[in-house]
Design a protein around this ligand. Structure first.
Ligand code: F6R
Length: 242
């Protein structure tokens, strides 16, 4: 796992955007694994800015999002589907048929998870996966305690994650109880991974990711078993490691 230290969230976002643009520009076809939440927003802003200035095209890019809340329609402002269009897809030329996000309102969620995993298997794992990290060490919605060999699955969100995510909802009770997420095994199928972390609230998780025994107590530790991972951290997020 390679550690890249930068000064602030802006440099972190620029680093990830540069790598994504490099891959998009040099590939005749590319699969991108994408994350939601606060962390990747700056990266998406850089991509939009680059698209406006240089018209980098996303016509041959296929995206695969990490996760989605169960029970939220794609039109719900808190769904990850809505988030992705609002923060990125509406502003670049990606064809909507190239966008893949788990369907959190599928009538058969188990089947939805199996089908989503099959899509990722068909491309033999995404080419480049962008990740954030939860304060409790989760990646995707793989909460502490999740088996490391899980594929895409439906899970109950931990109380701590629901509390952290409540800032996007009117109140805590509105935060869905369940989500559908790529599993750890799904994420490890990616050919290249960039994990971003900024701010003091991530310092403990970053410290644990590098120092704790690889295991489900801190799911992000499994990235140490992958041969092509770059962890980009700002000064605050790396403060406990130094
Ligand atoms: C989002 C996701 C989560 C977030 C993590 C950090 O698709 O899978 O693992 O990356 O919860 O969230 P933020 O960036 O809001 O701190």
């Amino acid at each position: 796992m390679k550690l890249v230290k930068v000064r602030n969230p802006e440099e972190m976002s620029a680093f990830a955007a540069r790598r994504i643009i490099e891959k998009v520009s040099s590939s005749s076809m590319l699969s991108l694994g994408l994350a939601t939440g606060g962390t990747p927003v700056g990266t998406y802003e850089f991509l939009i800015d680059d698209y406006k200035k240089k018209q980098t095209t996303y016509r041959n890019v296929f995206t695969y999002n990490l996760d989605e809340y169960v029970g939220l329609e794609s039109s719900h402002p808190n769904s990850y589907h809505y988030f992705m269009y609002n923060h990125l897809f509406n502003y670049i030329d990606i064809p909507s048929e190239n966008v893949n996000i788990p369907n959190g309102v599928a009538s058969n969620l188990k089947q939805e998870a199996i089908s989503y995993e099959a899509k990722i298997d068909k491309i033999r794992g995404v080419d480049l996966q962008l990740l954030g990290i939860g304060e409790n060490g989760h990646i995707g919605f793989n909460e502490p305690g999740t088996a490391l060999n899980m594929l895409t699955h439906v899970l109950a969100l931990s109380e701590s994650t629901r509390q952290v995510n409540a800032r996007y909802f009117n109140n805590y009770d509105e935060v869905p109880n369940h989500a559908i997420t790529m599993g750890i095994s799904t994420i490890l199928k990616s050919k290249e991974i960039i994990l971003l972390a900024s701010g003091e609230s991530k310092a403990e998780a970053v410290y644990r990711m590098f120092t704790e025994k690889v295991g489900s107590n801190c799911p992000a530790t499994v990235l140490r078993n992958h041969s092509n991972v770059v962890v980009v951290v700002d000064e605050k997020a790396v403060s406990k490691l130094e």
